[in-house]
Ligand binder design. Structure first.
Ligand code: G3I
Length: 385
């Protein structure tokens, strides 16, 4: 059997069995449930079309999304949807190094300020993303940057937003843990090549010297389970805590891919949430989206239901661990990063535009209409204790 057919066959079984064992796929034979719980759930479902920010606030939580300034300014319907649904927002690229300090010591904040102004007008909190990352930086910045470059950048950018009425938190550092053990020269913390733990400690100390009134997060992906990476991430959080630096939260990006490469480890995810709570570093969901990779279900309807079930299952786990902030990486499939050819998963999609319609990771579709995923998120907030 040719490799590709064998892969798909294996992938099909693995993916389906993984989803079934994870309880992410409701079995078709589930009978009608007329219990009082179901009636109560049905009653609350009447509020399902309430804004997600309102349902979140009712439980002392926040819901928001990554937003792009370029769409905010030219797409009124998109802007209105953000204002209706979000109580927190993360600029997609406008607060990254390449946008804020394109030349050494020359700071530009127009695009980020426009987003901050929109947030002020609509009572939306702004989450700063990010001061230190191996991507989203101008060519003149090496990785890792020198301490002097870091100090100038942090003072320039955090200083600009020190008195901001909306910006309340920063991803001080993003994705500092390598993707695998052969991409690090630091066995304990698994940091990307060239990055020393002391540099990250000093980065957090510099940030606190500029503005200690914001919440400071360490943000990463691929830590949504018991993995080599999450183990190193947690060790790095513990190192920072033991070094006495201010670290308030851990950003769990949560770009969840269901494929043979990335099943969901519920037990491991719970252990990550528990470890962070034990360290008194709040778990924050910073970039949530649910991407279904090949082999795909045979209809958009089935795919949307898979996505919805996964949102509900994942958020139930988050809220059981007292997570109070959920940010999806975008609000509508219209602008999802995963449809951008540069970021699209697997060659299968990249070389096959007919599959792009299956990339539907967010609560609202490309026509800004709510999908089952939106109802699932609403229900998770409603049922949060
Ligand atoms: O804004 C310019 C536009 O004016 C220009 O015409 C266009 C030409 O290509 O580029 C636009 O900038 C793009 C920017 O997204 C728009 O916000 C950049 O080229 C593009 O590289 C950039 O990609 C972003 C990427 O981070 C790198 O910054 C993606 O949209 C964004 O979704 C992605 O987000 C990352 C998080 O920051 C960290 N976690 C992973 C996540 C997904 O990769």
């Amino acid at each position: 059997m040719p490799y590709r057919r064998k892969f798909l066959k294996r992938a099909g079984y693995t993916t389906l069995s993984a989803l079934l064992t994870m309880g992410f796929l409701q079995k078709d034979n589930q009978k009608e449930d007329n219990s009082t719980n179901a009636i109560a759930a049905n009653n609350t479902s009447k509020n399902l079309n309430s804004p997600l920010r309102q349902l979140a606030a009712a439980k002392g939580k926040r819901y928001g999304a990554a937003i792009s300034g370029e769409f905010l300014l030219k797409d009124k319907d998109y802007a209105n949807l953000i204002a209706r649904e979000c109580s927190i927002a993360t600029p997609n690229g406008e607060l990254k190094w390449d946008a804020t300090e394109p030349q050494p010591g020359k700071f530009t904040f127009e695009s980020a300020d426009a987003i901050a102004d929109f947030c002020r007008k609509h009572n939306i909190e702004l989450h700063g993303h990010t001061l230190f990352w191996h991507m989203g930086k101008p060519d003149w910045v090496p990785y890792p940057p020198t301490l002097q470059m870091i100090e100038r950048h942090v003072k320039g950018v955090m200083g600009h937003y020190r008195n901001s009425p909306v910006l309340k938190s920063w991803d001080i550092a993003n994705e500092i843990i390598a993707d695998s053990e052969n991409e690090t020269d630091n066995a304990t913390y698994g940091l990307r090549k060239g990055v020393k733990p002391e540099l990250i400690r000093d980065l957090f100390l510099i940030a606190a010297s500029v503005d200690k009134n914001k919440k400071f997060y360490l943000n990463d992906f691929g830590i949504e389970g018991a993995t080599w990476k999450s183990d190193r991430f947690l060790k790095m959080v513990e190192y920072l805590k033991n070094s006495g630096v201010k670290i308030d939260g851990a950003g769990i990006q949560s770009h969840l891919w269901f494929s043979t490469a990335y099943g969901f480890d519920e037990k491991g995810f719970n252990s990550v949430l528990k470890r962070l709570n034990d360290l008194e570093v709040k778990p924050i969901i910073t970039e949530l989206d649910i991407i279904i990779d090949t082999p795909l279900p045979d209809s958009i309807k089935k795919l949307d239901q898979m996505v919805a079930d996964s949102y509900k299952r994942y958020l139930d786990l988050c809220f059981a661990a007292k997570v109070d902030t959920v940010i999806t990486w975008g609000l509508t499939d219209r602008h999802t990063w995963i449809r951008h050819p540069r970021w699209m998963p697997r060659k299968t999609f990249r070389n096959n535009p007919s599959l792009w319609k299956f990339l539907r990771p967010l609560p609202f579709d490309e026509n800004l209409q709510p999908k089952p995923a939106c109802n699932a998120i609403a229900q998770a907030f409603q049922q949060a204790t």
